[in-house]
Design a protein around this ligand. Structure first.
Ligand code: NDP
Ligand code: OXD
Length: 310
């Protein structure tokens, strides 16, 4: 029986992937939401946010593919057990994230925000400059993206530590794991990078208590999800100058409201969820590879562990 894939997302990406599948797996039928003649035939759904009634509308759905690395937007807990959830392991996303984290850490390290503010007032002032080897970057989340970012930062000469759920041993990265080592990890971090998935365990993990464990003058980069941070606590610690800067790419509500306090805050730099964009070519290959694995009865790469939520 033919395999039927339903795609929901930007038109250009859909056309690119449809062509890729037609060239490589011509017996697979590609449909673009909402144009489906027989909804009962759909086996796989590829999307960022699924259509509202997808579980009822596509009763024979077997796989839900996220077009992004994260899956929290799919509401993992609400997806029935018989539907497998697979996230996107796109080398293009990893490369983009390594670039964004390196850029953000360097901007904090080289005082870019301070110089931009001083520029506006024609103020000539040289700020003290440390060497990268004196700066400790701590990455929360040592998964696909955290490991890529760690490599990029090590290449720039930063001291790198990481925190994950399970214990790891990595050369050149000081590894911490579990709740019991979170405080020790934070206490030795000058620039904190959040690259965690959003789960019940990680929601609100950056709050007054945890952010206060960072040394005075530390900075925060959030490229995980907005809900990892308790916004009011972050702003309070920036205002009190316990924290120096925050570079924020993700927000609890996106787009960020026009009157949100973050926009005008002199110590905050906002970017509109652009740290790592899914790349049509490399992500298309990743999707194609997974569909081929599925057809060969092999395990797909990036399959989500239900009990963990990522
Ligand atoms: P992975 O699943 O590969 O890695 C997740 C990491 O987080 C793992 O190291 C895991 O630990 C750790 N982790 C999970 N839960 C906990 C916990 N409770 N305590 C400690 N560590 C924990 O994910 P990726 O690296 O691919 O992606 C991470 C996130 O980045 C995505 O979920 C998404 O939210 C975000 N993202 C943001 C983008 C942007 O543009 N801003 C783009 C792409 C992704 P362990 O290794 O022990 O399992
Ligand atoms: C992703 C994202 O998860 O863009 O890929 O945030």
């Amino acid at each position: 029986m033919a395999l039927n894939i339903l795609y929901r997302g930007p038109e250009e990406r859909g056309q690119y992937w449809q062509t890729l599948f037609a060239q490589n797996l011509p017996h697979v039928n590609w449909h673009t939401w909402p144009n489906v003649a027989d909804k009962d035939t759909i086996d796989m759904l590829v999307c960022w946010i699924p259509p509202r009634e997808y579980q009822q509308d596509y009763p024979n759905l077997k796989v839900l593919f996220s077009v992004g690395a994260g899956v929290d937007q799919l509401k993992v807990n609400e997806v029935p057990e018989h539907i497998q959830i697979v996230r996107m392991l796109d080398p293009g996303i990893q490369q983009g994230m390594t670039e964004f984290v390196s850029m953000s850490v360097l901007n904090i390290h080289r005082n870019t925000l301070a110089y931009v503010n001083m520029n506006k007032q024609a103020q000539w002032q040289q700020l003290p400059q440390k060497r990268t080897a004196e700066v400790r970057v701590g990455i929360m989340g040592l998964g696909n993206l955290g490991l890529g970012a760690a490599t990029g930062l090590l290449n720039l000469g930063f001291k790198v530590a990481g925190w994950s759920k399970t214990a790891k041993q990595l050369s050149a990265v000081e590894c911490y794991s579990g709740q019991e080592q979170l405080t020790a990890f934070l206490q030795q971090t000058d620039i904190l990078v959040c690259l965690l998935p959003l789960t019940d365990e990680t929601r609100g993990i950056l709050n007054h208590r945890t952010l206060s464990c960072l040394p005075k003058g530390a900075s925060v980069i959030n490229v995980g999800r907005g809900e990892h941070i308790v916004e009011q606590d972050l702003v309070e610690l920036l205002d009190q100058e316990h924290l120096r800067y925050a570079i924020l790419d993700v927000f609890a509500k996106e787009p960020l409201d026009i009157d949100h306090v973050y926009w005008q805050h002199p110590q905050i730099w906002v970017t509109p969820h652009v740290a790592a964009i899914t790349q049509n070519d490399s992500a298309g290959q990743a999707l194609l590879g997974n569909v081929q694995r599925y057809l060969n009865n092999q395990a797909m790469l990036g399959a989500v562990e239900r009990t963990l939520g990522y």
